[in-house]
Ligand binder design. Structure first.
Ligand SMILES: [Zn+2]
Ligand SMILES: [Zn+2]
Length: 721
């Protein structure tokens, strides 16, 4: 190649052409540095014919500066980038940016300094030094990490460095990971698990695209089942990616993985330190990192030799990204498997209707694990009709649920109460004048967090301290909390059973992998009697002593009128119910509701999953909703209300008129103010045959908007706020 076309990240310019200087070797996918005006930019060499641009004559081209010392992005990944940009109506550079997720990784090898004990004694021993020497036996890390480990200040450790008690060690940042051993431990599988695992192994060995739906009830051992094809891929020298919906879940996963393969996998998520990020990225692109477990962003990592993709808890909403490139990692994972020519396993106890439909039509192969591992039985589900069995005044738990909680406590068994609402109360108002605390940046109430003494907005993060007087009428001590959050339920449990040990599990309390690990240990060691938690507790956890699950308010998710409300409620309830009775003792589930007649509640009570999915399928078919029709949203926003409204009107006014497409709106969004921006929405409902993306591109491509206006396109939206 003597000229190269670059995909780069300067949003104002299209693709750029450069001259390849003599002696420099580039190929499509090479990551290079190029001059742009007086500056330098990073770009990816792309096939010219796939990235159309005006051609510049050879003599006008500037020369590339250097090729960065990382493997070129493979064609399979370049096709995935193109597909994702095209399908989700995103800029191709925005998708490519997700691939180059570590700036540091693009530079060559590098070292850093870590410290360890040298064996020398300090000149003078102080209590803090004694603590540090004790805690740091056998450890090696940076000063900051060691200080955290020993719970002493960095100053204490620097003193020890000066005295030669801690010695510096130069380490390679990219030091290799320990390879998982496919034969470390023998799996102990049931006949069902073995049958499914064998089919997966066959698919991995075939080295061809094959999408699977692993449909197994909660507690059936899906993870252990897909560990076997994972081992098969390792034996073939291939890499494996496992996507998990929630980073708080990885702790339990990591332990099971280590038990089976002798070492933890490489972890990828947004809160990695930049050195860890760099090390992981480089090892993934060289093929040295064998198994990667990560959140949805791991999907775009530059694997050298992928052999298998797994999406665990594939029904989870958190696989859908709702800003930037609005992609669904579950769907993009299947496309990645397609381009790479490898199997993809979507695992779930409550698959999305879209996935079930793909299985029904024969596009995905469905494999079932119909019973729990080790002979455990599914829990009994009972309904508490709150209109008949009322909780005491000012309380939220009905007498029957309270009675069961007390019995469990007496028997030394664990209970779990589920309410998907963080904080103490979702609304605070003035008893005197009716004033309600609202977020200044969003159309949302402020949620009281009593533990941290804050009123906070769950949409934009705005926080304030509850004032002693009403800001409206000035009356003192007149604020009342309305409705329950998990903090309030935990308080109620403490009042009813003062001797019970209660753990509160929300993203506020379990905000790091360490805290998640500590919680799991305490629960397993039976240091906890009652767990009160949000959706964080609905999945992944496996506590054999947990025999009672109480759903505080099953109607919560059914409000709001979003397209998938019933399905989400069903999934959440079924998942949280699945935490009960996973050991030898049978489990019981009690669901509090004001609408026992709602189809989703009735299906849960009857344990009739098929009935729920059948009713939901009919409703979606009637509404032309996915998977039978398609939705897309256009969200117009601006800090200036009039400007947002005007832009939305302009879009609405030029709407195309097509037989297989219905366009609704523009209308103010349900969250008409979000993070200080006024929002309008248009909703597109189309037949499956319609080319929705092309229609939207043609439609919006002709329009110009003021600078402050943002127009976002959401294909297959999950959020309707
Ligand atoms: Zn007031
Ligand atoms: Zn807000």
């Amino acid at each position: 190649m003597n000229r190269a076309r670059l995909l780069h990240f300067n949003a104002a310019l299209g693709p750029l052409d450069y001259k390849v200087p003599a002696g420099m070797r580039v190929e499509p996918g090479s990551i290079v540095v190029a001059p742009l005006g007086p500056r330098q930019i990073i770009g990816i060499v792309w096939e010219e014919e796939r990235l159309p641009s005006d051609s510049v004559p050879d003599h006008k081209l500037r020369a590339l500066i250097e090729v960065l010392p990382v493997p070129p992005l493979r064609a399979e990944l370049r096709r995935l980038i193109e597909w994702t940009a095209d399908y989700y109506c995103a800029r191709i550079a925005s998708v490519a940016r997700m691939v180059l997720a570590s700036g540091g990784a693009l530079r060559g090898p590098s070292t850093m300094v870590e410290y360890r004990l040298s064996g020398n004694e300090p000149e003078r021993m102080t209590p803090q030094r004694a603590v540090a020497l004790d805690a740091l036996q056998g450890e090696q890390a940076t000063i900051r990490e060691l200080a955290e480990l020993a719970s002493v200040s960095e100053g204490v450790l620097r003193g020890l460095v000066n005295q030669g008690v801690l010695e510096p060690v130069e380490v390679d940042i990219d030091r290799p990971y320990i390879k998982p051993d496919p034969d470390f431990a023998q799996p102990d599988l049931s006949a069902d698990q073995q049958r499914v695992a064998d089919r997966f192994i066959e698919a991995v060995q075939a080295e061809k695209f094959a999408p699977f739906l692993l449909d197994g009830v909660t507690g059936s051992g899906k993870t252990e089942t897909y560990f076997e094809p994972l081992a098969a891929a390792l034996r073939m020298g291939r890499q494996v990616l496992v996507l998990l919906p929630e980073i708080a879940l990885t702790e339990a996963f990591l332990r099971r993985f280590e038990d089976r393969f002798g070492t933890p996998p490489v972890v990828w998520h947004s809160s990695l330190k930049s050195t860890e990020r760099r090390r992981a990225w480089r090892a993934i692109s060289s093929g040295e990192a064998k198994v990667v477990v990560g959140a949805r962003s791991a999907l775009f990592l530059p694997f050298a030799r992928l052999g298998l993709l797994v999406v665990d808890e594939a029904h989870e909403v958190s696989f859908k990204q709702d800003d930037g490139v609005r992609y669904n990692a579950r769907d993009v994972a299947v496309m990645r498997g397609h381009f790479e020519g490898v199997p993809v396993i979507l695992a779930s106890a409550t698959p999305a209707l879209e996935s079930l439909q793909m299985a029904e039509s024969g596009i995905y192969e469905r494999l079932e694990l119909p019973s729990r591992f080790g002979g455990a039985t599914m829990p009994d589900v009972g309904i508490i009709n709150l209109t008949e069995e009322k909780p005491e005044r000012g309380r939220w738990l009905a007498p029957r649920l309270v009675e069961q909680l007390k019995q469990r406590l007496e028997r030394g068994e664990q209970s779990l109460l589920f309410l998907n609402r963080r904080g103490y109360a979702p609304l605070t108002l003035c008893r005197h004048c009716g004033f309600r605390f609202q977020c200044p940046n969003c159309s949302a109430w402020l949620v009281e967090h009593r533990l941290s003494n804050r009123l906070s907005c769950h949409h934009c993060g705005h926080e304030t301290t509850p004032p002693p007087n009403c800001p409206e009428c000035g009356e003192p001590d007149c604020l009342v909390a309305c409705g329950p959050g998990v903090e309030r339920i935990a308080d109620e449990v403490a009042e009813i059973m003062p001797e019970a040990r209660v753990a509160l599990v929300t993203s506020d309390t379990l905000n790091s992998p360490e805290k998640a690990a500590a919680f799991v240990r305490q629960a397993e060691d039976r240091m906890i009697d009652v767990i009160v938690g949000t959706q964080l507790v609905t999945k992944g956890f496996h506590f054999p002593e947990l025999t009672l699950v109480g759903v505080v308010d099953a109607d919560l998710g059914l409000e709001g009128g979003d397209l998938r409300a019933a399905e989400r409620t069903y999934q959440q309830m079924a998942q949280v119910a699945g935490r009960a009775g996973r050991g030898t003792k049978p489990g019981e589930v009690l669901i509090q509701t004001r609408h026992p007649e709602a189809p989703v509640i009735a299906a849960l009570a009857a344990g009739d999953r098929d009935a729920f999915y059948a009713a939901e399928t009919d409703a979606r078919r009637d509404a032309g909703a996915p998977p039978f029709g398609r939705w897309a949203a256009i969200i117009v926003s601006s800090e200036d209300e009039a400007e947002a409204k005007e832009a939305a009107r302009a879009i609405g006014g030029t709407r195309p008129s097509l037989p297989d497409v219905m366009i609704l709106g523009p209308a103010p969004a349900p969250m008409s103010l979000l993070r200080g921006r006024y929002r309008y929405r248009l909703l597109i409902n189309a037949r499956r045959s319609a080319q929705v993306q092309n229609i939207i591109r043609d439609w919006l491509g002709t329009l110009d908007f003021p600078q402050g206006v943002r127009v976002a396109i959401d294909i297959d939206p999950y959020s309707f706020v």
